[in-house]
Design a protein around this ligand. Structure first.
Ligand code: NAD
Length: 418
């Protein structure tokens, strides 16, 4: 990871790039580049040994012109204000790219969750929810999982909110387990939209995805499921994957589901039978047809981008390329399918979960997957239409044009108040 690139500046550059193609007032652009509000708080939690510990936490509500703020909560030692702001902005333009009726938000706690017990994590999550309570709600701001949070944390958030509000309101948070009001298909949704985006992009570029070789960086929820679906549903050959302990490679390919079992048993993808070990940098520069970055942001900087040999990058992670890397890859004619489309499956099925919670009526997994496929393929068509109409240099700018136009339209229709 390059680490030095400020993700908030990356977001602002991406918006400037797209704004150059549309007629947009400077004052409005400034509003669309900055969050509406940010909660910064210090959570005091009693640890198992009786000590009190303090954790810095954030929630950024970036823009609510198209609906309630929506976005995940991340637990990671590197969480910071700039990152949370950027991630919340990307949510605005992601929900607009796939045209679901939400704004964008994001939250995070500065913590290494592997150093806390389950009971400490529960108290930490409940302490954050107590702070968030005035700001969140099914019609205000709806958190979801992100890095190092999942169904367990979402169930705790729901329970804390409902207890404090003395009500039942499962739609206050998405990504819950099925028994707590979650949706079928939510766990697989981000990997599924990554696969669908790759499938559509290969088709658009007149290439056969069934012949493609794939490398995936990051083997968590997004990466491992994208790898499995690419192999199972498109026939692509996954030849390399990585996690924070290193990368594995077999030019003949392997079964991604089996690698996941190996990671479950041993804690890492490294050491999987029949593979050679690579560094993460070697994985990112492998000669493959498709590269899927699915770890954290800024994984590829301009220097590394010069060495990328893949023909296509589908971003499962949020912000995995620095803006300079993006420029290099555009120059080198590498097709980059942006995060705000490729990983939008997570928030789309979160939206379906919220709809089901409000209807108090559950959908089948087949219905969820069909609706998700419709949303992603429609969004892909909108993106390629903008790509051709505006004659932009890359797919990311096309996606931001589509998204900005939708947010601007909602803003214009609402008027300015006061
Ligand atoms: P996760 O915690 O389940 O998995 C992250 C994976 O990345 C782990 O396998 C970890 O070992 C690996 N990793 C960490 N640092 C690495 C490094 N330096 N090199 C290689 N691998 C590394 O998280 P996730 O939910 O899969 O999220 C991954 C990315 O996808 C994030 O950018 C997240 O914002 C984005 N995303 C996730 C979802 C979702 O629904 N899970 C939705 C949209 C976007």
């Amino acid at each position: 990871m390059t680490g030095e690139t400020n993700p908030f500046e990356s977001l602002q550059e991406q918006l400037d790039d797209a704004a150059a193609y549309i007629d947009l007032d400077d004052g409005l652009l400034r509003r669309l580049k900055n969050p509406e509000r940010i909660l910064e708080t210090n959570l005091t939690v009693r640890m198992d040994d009786g000590r009190l510990e303090t954790f810095r936490a954030y929630r950024s509500q970036f823009n609510g012109d198209r609906g309630p703020y929506k976005g995940g909560i991340r637990y990671h030692p590197d969480v910071n204000r700039a990152e949370v702001k950027a991630l919340s902005g990307w949510m605005v333009y992601k929900t607009a790219t796939v045209d679901i009726p939400y704004g964008g938000g994001k939250g995070g706690i500065v913590v290494d969750p592997s150093e806390l017990s389950a009971t400490e994590l529960e108290r930490l999550t409940r302490a954050f929810t107590k702070e968030l309570r005035p700001f969140v709600g099914a019609d205000k701001d709806i958190p979801a999982p992100d890095v190092n949070t999942g169904q367990r944390e979402m169930n705790w958030i729901k329970n804390t909110y409902e207890t404090l509000e003395n009500t039942t309101e499962p739609g206050v948070v998405t990504g819950k387990s099925l028994d707590s009001g979650g949706s079928e298909g939510r766990v697989e949704a981000t990997g599924r939209s990554t696969m669908l985006t790759a499938r559509e992009a290969f088709d658009y570029l007149d290439r056969d995805i069934g012949d493609a070789t794939v490398a995936v960086q990051g083997y968590g929820n997004a990466g491992a499921i994208a790898a499995r679906m690419l192999a199972e549903e498109t026939g692509a050959t996954v030849v390399a994957v990585s996690d924070s302990s290193g990368a594995i490679h077999d030019p003949d390919g392997f079964d991604p589901a089996d690698v996941r079992e190996h990671k479950r048993d041993t804690g890492s993808v490294v050491g999987y039978e029949g593979t050679e070990e690579l560094t993460n940098e070697e994985l990112l520069t492998l000669d493959v047809d498709l590269l899927v970055p699915a770890a954290l942001q800024n994984a590829i900087d301009a220097d590394l981008a010069e060495s990328v040999q893949a023909d296509m990058i589908v971003e499962a992670a949020n912000g995995p390329l620095t803006p300079d890397a993006d420029d290099v890859l555009t120059e080198r004619d590498v097709a980059v399918l942006p995060d705000i489309l490729a990983n939008a499956g997570g928030v789309t099925v979160s939206y379906f979960e919220w709809v089901q919670n409000r209807q108090r009526f559950g959908w089948t997994e087949a219905r969820v997957n069909d609706e998700l496929e419709r949303v992603i393929t429609d969004a892909f068509d909108g993106l390629t239409e903008a790509y051709e109409t505006y004659d932009v240099p890359n797919f990311r700018t096309a996606a931001y044009i589509v998204a900005l136009k939708r947010v601007i339209a909602a803003h214009a229709e609402s008027g300015t108040w006061p």
